[in-house]
Design a protein around this ligand. Structure first.
Ligand code: NAD
Length: 253
């Protein structure tokens, strides 16, 4: 897909990996619709992009709320035009073990709220935003690209029943949509990041970070632009659909 002047929506685009994607796609000429729950972070992100000469608009939404998603995608179409690309990137963590016990006594379990909130944002949010974006693409009749952000955790990870289930399901959505939407010239791919340096890792102790990196075959964490590069590849490669790029330094080998 030609990125120049294409309208690309990025959920959770106000910070972290989403912002790195916005910057990379923006430098390649795309017009960005940054979509996020956090209004202050959105305003800051859009001002930073504008200062770099990148065209971008801020759209507040809660990806887990159908009315909010419909409204926000309608606003994007009205102000920038129909979306030609979407990155389903917004995500949250609410980690807890399924069952935590001490001396044979259950002390804690993952709550239904912890389960549901992650499923709502990381899975239902992908469905709702994907549906709106695909509808706009089909009606515009110009094809399009949807990229879903999964995770290394989709293989299963301690304390992440909710997150791993959602991130595995996102891959199932990716293959299903790739099959359903190919007839409209819409390609769908996914990126599964490994351990990436973010605000969260910046606050971790040096020895903890070293331990984390030691478990990666490449012996280092990735940076947000590694993930942005994988996303840009999916946008640009016209014969790529239905697959997952695992950008994780070999962590899952
Ligand atoms: P982050 O927490 O830095 O940013 C997430 C953004 O999503 C925030 O701006 C937040 O406001 C927004 N958001 C949260 N809930 C929302 C909602 N309901 N509606 C709209 N926006 C919402 O996260 P990140 O580290 O940049 O991660 C981005 C994506 O990459 C997530 O899907 C995450 O699961 C995935 N991922 C990250 C890593 C990593 O190492 N950082 C690894 C694997 C996968």
């Amino acid at each position: 897909m030609k990125l120049d002047k294409s309208v690309i929506a990025i959920t959770g685009g106000a910070r972290g990996l989403g912002f790195a994607m916005a910057r990379r796609l923006g430098r390649q000429g795309a017009t960005l619709a940054l979509m996020d729950l956090d209004t202050d972070a959105l305003d800051k992100a859009v001002s930073t992009l504008h200062a770099e000469g990148i065209e971008a608009g801020a759209f507040r939404l809660n990806v887990a709320n159908e009315t909010s998603v419909k409204q926000a995608f309608g606003d994007v179409a009205a102000s920038l035009g129909p979306v030609a690309g979407l990155v389903n990137n917004a995500g949250i963590l609410r980690d807890a073990l399924l069952v935590k016990a001490k001396e044979g006594k259950v002390e804690k379990t993952m709550s239904l709220e912890q389960w549901q909130s992650v499923i709502d944002v990381n899975l239902t949010g992908v469905f709702l935003c994907g549906r709106e974006a695909a509808s706009q693409m089909v009606e515009a009749n110009q094809g399009g690209v949807i990229v879903n952000i999964s995770s290394i955790s989709r293989a299963g990870n301690m304390g992440q029943s909710n997150y791993a289930a959602a991130k595995a399901a996102v891959v199932a959505l990716t293959t299903t949509w790739a099959k359903e939407l190919a007839r409209y010239g819409i390609r769908v791919g996914a990126v599964a990041p490994g351990f990436i340096e973010t605000d969260m890792t910046a606050s971790m102790r040096e020895d903890m970070l070293e331990k984390l990196a030691a478990g990666v075959p490449l012996k280092r964490l990735g940076n947000p632009d590694h993930i942005a590069q994988s996303v840009a590849f999916i946008f640009e490669n016209d014969y790529f659909t239905g697959r997952v790029i695992e950008c994780d330094g070999g962590l899952r080998l």
